[in-house]
Design a protein around this ligand. Structure first.
Ligand SMILES: Cc1cc2nc3c(=O)[nH]c(=O)nc-3n(C[C@H](O)[C@H](O)[C@H](O)COP(=O)(O)O)c2cc1C
Length: 179
């Protein structure tokens, strides 16, 4: 698969088969994420792989509630990966302060996409989940108080169809040499 095909193949999968995910495939996705770039090579991430069915169901429950038609699919995915923000290193923290940025969030986003692209290459489906009950996730996974889970990635064999991507037109998002 060339890179463009891979980018098109990766989509947010919101339906999964019950087929379990091979451990070595999860490891390959983690390796792709581990090799991501980060500000000052800070690598401000920890990946918690949740594959015990009971615990995974509890994590899935944190992504939705009965009032919102959101994320009710998550429990179909046999594995959830929780990305915890470990905080930037000293140089990146300095950079954050001087430049008024939060580089760690950018870093985690890049690592998440590395993970998802590798998964797509292996025939797996993923969905990044930003809507979850942070307090509950921290409690379930014993995440220290000062650290924040930023994202959950559902992963499994997808059972939804390939969609055409809905995106803004290129001329709306690109300009040359001025805003
Ligand atoms: C930071 C972030 C948070 C997201 N949170 C959710 C979510 O809570 N639930 C969901 O179904 N999709 C979520 N998505 C997926 C987006 O809706 C999806 O990427 C976007 O609609 C583009 O579709 P595609 O990924 O299929 O190309 C999230 C994506 C990102 C990058």
């Amino acid at each position: 698969m060339n890179f463009n095909d891979l980018v098109n193949k990766r989509q947010s999968n919101r339906a999964y088969s019950a087929k379990p995910v091979e451990k070595d495939k999860i490891e390959q996705c983690i390796e792709a994420a581990r090799l991501s770039p980060s500000a000052c090579n800070s690598q401000p991430w920890k990946f918690i792989i949740v594959d015990k069915p009971d615990l995974k169901s509890k994590i899935a429950q944190t992504t939705s509630n009965s009032l919102l038609p959101l994320n009710h699919f998550t429990n179909q995915a046999p594995v959830h990966v929780v990305l915890v923000n470990e905080g930037s290193n000293f140089t990146a923290i300095l950079g954050n302060k001087i430049k008024n940025r939060n580089f760690s969030l950018i870093d985690i986003g890049i690592a998440a996409e590395h993970f998802c692209l590798q998964a797509a290459e292996l025939g797996l489906g993923t969905c990044m989940i930003g809507w979850f009950n942070e307090k509950e996730v921290k409690k379930l996974l014993h995440i220290p108080n000062k650290k924040r889970p930023e994202l959950i990635i559902t992963i499994g064999y997808p059972s939804d169809k390939q969609r055409i991507k809905k995106r803004k037109k290129t001329d709306k998002i690109v300009s040359f040499n001025k805003y």
